[in-house]
Ligand binder design. Sequence first.
Ligand SMILES: [Fe+2]
Length: 141
Amino acid sequence: MALSSPLAPFVWKPAYSVQIRSMDAQHAELIRIVHDLQQAMAGGRAKDVLHSILERLAAYTRDHFAAEERLLRQHAYPNFDSHKAEHDRLVATVAAYVSGHQSGRIALSVEVLGFLKSWLEKHILGLDKQYGAYLSSRGVS
Ligand SMILES: [Fe+2]
């Protein structure tokens, strides 16, 4: 499937489903926050508005990854370590955006937005769908 372009609206769609309802709902919320960030940037909103959305993204990302990792541990997911490593890398990257944006070292750009969108999309379509198939085969929904 083709990844969406950095400027296209970012909206959850059934093709993103990992077949686990709670995770689909959280992915939809993550996508909504990135979409809000995109809208705020496109609308030329003030730095503090962008910053608060970025902080919301950082907080929700941490909460979602923690919930996902709890679920994977509960079901002894075999690829847990590599999956968590990918989460940890994104959490670190987003934290660097948050502090860089606050201090004025990083301007939110189309590149930053494009990175976030393509990371999320690739992660959901790739690694998350893999655990989805594993959990579904064990009757988790
Ligand atoms: Fe994940």
